[in-house]
Design a protein around this ligand. Sequence first.
Ligand code: PMP
Length: 360
Amino acid sequence: MSRVYNFSAGPAVLPEEVLKEAADEMLDYKGSGMSVMEMSHRSKVYDNIIKEAEQDLRDLMNIPDNYKVLFLQGGASQQFAMIPMNLMKNKKAGYIVTGQWAKKAYQEASIYGEAVKLASSEDKTFSYIPDCSDLDIPDDLDYVYICENNTIYGTKYKKLPNTKGHTLVADVSSCFLSEPVDVTKYGVIYGGVQKNVGPAGVVIVIIREDLITEDTLPGTPTMLKYKTHADADSLYNTPPCYGIYICGKVFKWLKKMGGLSVMKERNEEKAKILYDFLDQSKLFKGTVVPEDRSLMNVPFVTGDADLDAKFVKEATEAGFVNLKGHRTVGGMRASIYNAMPKEGVEKLVEFMKKFEEENA
Ligand code: PMP
């Protein structure tokens, strides 16, 4: 067996320990005589799996009792619609557009009501986070929406926007569980799990209870109401059972590693190795302003598309895979999520140094 260093932006690397455990339990989960894929979501065994997963997530993120944790489907993209359908009571919401995913959410919201663009960093190819300390925020907004870590462009809010009392809704798909968060600062925190938490097919929504109401936009399907899933503890219909089981294992792995403060230190240490190298390199250059750099997604370029392609090709041959930048921006991007070991980043930097010497 040989595993590569996988820098994919998602679906992405998972802890090897988790994969091995899942492999061990594949044919017979804890004496049940079947795989978790094969068991009823109404069984006692599965009930324990989903309840334990929720409790471990609550412990890790210190989620207060007045927040519900929902395990849903439809990817992060389905939340672009679910959020306005459930929260746009005044049919008006504010969006801060810091990348393609925020822009898609903004465009989707405009189907359901007035989506107000409060700020944007599109003028400089989303290479920074706009100053959100004193935005012009209309009083009648239902919520303010952000994408907290921008997977494609490699930016991250270091400080949450001043929403002037409005409910904050955040897409944390690509920074989920990468550092501690104060859940009370948000009305909704959600993310697709396929980057930092588990296999694609699960989206986790952490939502303050007072935001879960019957009062959704007319025509909202039952499956797209938060209340449907909250009332049924995420078991209204068949949930993505196996995906939730793997998420649960990742939560246990994170607890064993020491929790989110330890992950933050580890992630800072890993990202520093790469950014320090980029900052002194004569060939490679980071594309994000230093103060807004993400700890999870690190885009970089040589400035020459042919040389970028050569680098990606040679890196792949050397076992560093999925380093090609997003199709809309080109260049390279190293995603270094929780499960990427420090050694993976160190070896990548060694490889980049060698490439630089050979191609200077
Ligand atoms: N938000 C962010 C920040 C993302 O990175 C992505 C996917 N890469 C999405 C939303 C869309 O996720 P999905 O494919 O699960 O709909």
